[in-house]
Design a protein around this ligand. Structure first.
Ligand SMILES: Cc1cc2nc3c(=O)[nH]c(=O)nc-3n(C[C@H](O)[C@H](O)[C@H](O)COP(=O)(O)OP(=O)(O)OC[C@H]3O[C@@H](n4cnc5c(N)ncnc54)[C@H](O)[C@@H]3O)c2cc1C
Length: 506
């Protein structure tokens, strides 16, 4: 056999795994559906919105979301070397200690905070240096010392003015409070796991890297996965390997399994696909974070563009005090973040504006990914179940209300802000409808092949093997059993390091 491993997807997790396998002398094939990251809008973070609907975006849409005024919500995902880490805002957030305690409790022993912390430290090249909580000599830059935009500093002060405590380091185990973000940037430009891990060894003799290689299904014989079938340069091809690793992300990893006949047998039959392995949890347990915008224009002076990033400050807060951990994470942008596909018609306004987006990060709603038919031309059905639980609506409304309040603080008064969305016509008591009509994804889909041991679990938490099959493992955002309290890139990278450790003891 030519390859020890074939790895599908060169995204946040995939690049890490590929690098560690090469360092350990393994022969690997990496198949990435997208191309190299030559789009000039990838490096400058300010241009990330220009990547939406581009060739580097899988450009998914949800089904009509009943909880969101029947809207279909755009879900950008990276289809390029670097994966969604090539499209994201590079905000580095591990989540709260509480998240990992809950992963353990949900049937994932060995995934507590103290277990994952060493992996985060291994990953990080933190500009604050190494410490009890941070790594200073890893491959991935985590930067807190960059030129800050004065309007972001005033939003930071405004949050403190309404009683949100300052948290010097939200990555130290407790997220709660308002913080300056830590980013994956180098020289002020995006720096992702492709740049940090795989690109430096892209000429390695043990690496076969195919871009534009779209994996269609797994090859399976008697419960053993022997490789994959994929499209490349206009023809259908196969690769066999000792093991297959799926790192295609929370949408495409379950898609590949489902199209291979691995999933809920009855649903597969209904979609016209012969089930080869009945695994009820594939595509289930879909979780995402949500945002709803509060946007202000300024009368006193124009909003300056920052040097590095459009988003620099966020805070974590409980929507009511008896919660064990923050359930909201508003995020501040130095640009107007007009909602896509706003129910009232296109959301427009002046370019001179800043945004504070209410954010829901502990959703109770769950969604699912299913197939609409047997053929590759039959699209995926992605149902986020967004805002299907009233508790989620209430938390998001509370978060939007807080953002409006910050807009009225003394700290921001010097800008003379005027709220344009939701706008003066909408009182705090009328926010529910606005939230349902304006909500967008926070881009954090996870959980569709969750680790664990219950009936809906897909992946073994110790070995990353797919339950009931040999020769195949999964390591990406799809295996998270519960969505973390915060952005999901750092946990995805950590998952990549952990699988590498299992395979080659990095
Ligand atoms: C617009 C946007 C902004 C975000 N902002 C942030 C942020 O600031 N901070 C944060 O923490 N998180 C952010 N996220 C989320 C974060 O980027 C993801 O959680 C993380 O990248 C997931 O990593 P992954 O390895 O699971 O998947 P990905 O990084 O998406 O990698 C999957 C890879 O697999 C490839 N692939 C998929 N299907 C196939 C196939 N069939 N054949 C071959 N290859 C395939 C894809 O093209 C992709 O390269 C954002 C995401 C987006 C889209």
């Amino acid at each position: 056999m030519e390859f020890d491993y074939v790895l599908i997807g060169a995204g946040s997790a995939g690049n890490v795994i590929a690098r560690r396998l090469l360092d350990a002398g393994k022969r690997i094939a990496v198949l990435e559906a997208g191309d190299y990251d030559i789009n000039p809008n990838i490096p400058p973070l300010y241009n990330l919105g220009m990547l939406w609907h581009s060739e580097q975006d899988w450009d998914y849409y949800t089904t009509e979301q009943a909880g969101c005024a029947g809207r279909r919500i755009h879900l950008p995902r990276g289809k390029v070397m670097g994966g969604s880490h090539a499209l994201n805002a590079t905000i580095w957030v591990r989540g709260d200690r509480w998240d990992y305690t809950n992963w353990e409790k949900s049937g994932c022993p060995g995934w507590g905070w103290d277990d994952v912390l060493p992996f985060y430290k291994t990953i990080e090249n933190f500009d604050g240096g190494s410490s009890k909580t941070h790594g200073g000599s890893g491959l991935l830059d985590v930067v807190q010392d960059f030129a800050r935009n004065p309007i972001q500093e005033d939003m930071l002060a405004g949050a403190q003015e309404i009683g949100i405590a300052f948290n010097e380091d939200y990555n130290s185990g407790s997220v709660e409070g308002v913080s300056r973000m830590q980013l994956n940037v180098r020289d002020g430009k995006r720096f992702n796991t492709w740049h940090a891990y795989l690109k430096p060894v892209a000429e390695h003799p043990n690496l076969t890297l195919l871009t534009g290689a779209h994996v269609r299904r797994l090859l399976i014989a008697d419960g053993h996965v022997t490789g994959v079938e994929f499209d490349h340069k206009g023809s259908r091809q196969m690769i066999q390997a000792g093991e297959t690793i799926l790192s295609a992300g929370a949408i495409n990893t379950p898609e590949i399994l489902l199209r291979s006949g691995i999933g809920p047998a009855a649903e597969l039959r209904d979609a016209g696909i012969q089930a080869v392995h009945d695994l009820p949890g594939v595509g289930k347990n879909l979780q995402d974070h949500l945002l709803s915008p509060v946007i202000f224009t300024t009368k006193a002076k124009p909003v300056p563009m920052g040097d590095v990033a459009p988003a620099e400050v966020h805070f974590f807060a409980k929507s009511h005090p008896d919660l064990p951990v923050a359930d909201t994470q508003p995020i501040f942008f130095s640009v107007p973040m007009y909602s896509q596909d706003y129910a009232q018609g296109e959301m427009t306004g002046p370019d001179n504006a800043f945004s504070m987006l209410g954010g829901l990060v502990r959703p109770q709603s769950r969604g699912e990914i299913t197939l609409s038919g047997p053929g590759e031309q039959n699209p995926l059905l992605i149902d986020l179940g967004a805002l299907s639980e009233q508790a989620d609506v209430d938390a998001l409304v509370a978060s939007v209300r807080q953002c409006r309040e910050i807009g009225r603080t003394q700290a921001l008064a010097g800008w003379e802000p005027e709220e344009i969305y939701p706008g003066p016509g909408i009182s705090d008591d009328e926010l529910e409808q606005y939230v349902r009509e304006s909500v967008v994804t926070y881009h954090h889909q996870v959980g569709t092949c969750k680790m664990g041991v219950d009936a809906l679990s897909v992946v073994d938490p110790g070995t990353f093997r797919v339950h009931g099959l040999s020769g195949v493992r999964i390591a990406d955002a799809s295996i998270m059993p519960l969505i973390p309290t915060g952005n999901t890139n750092a946990p995805s990278v950590m998952i990549g390091e952990r699988l590498a450790h299992v395979l080659v003891g990095s």
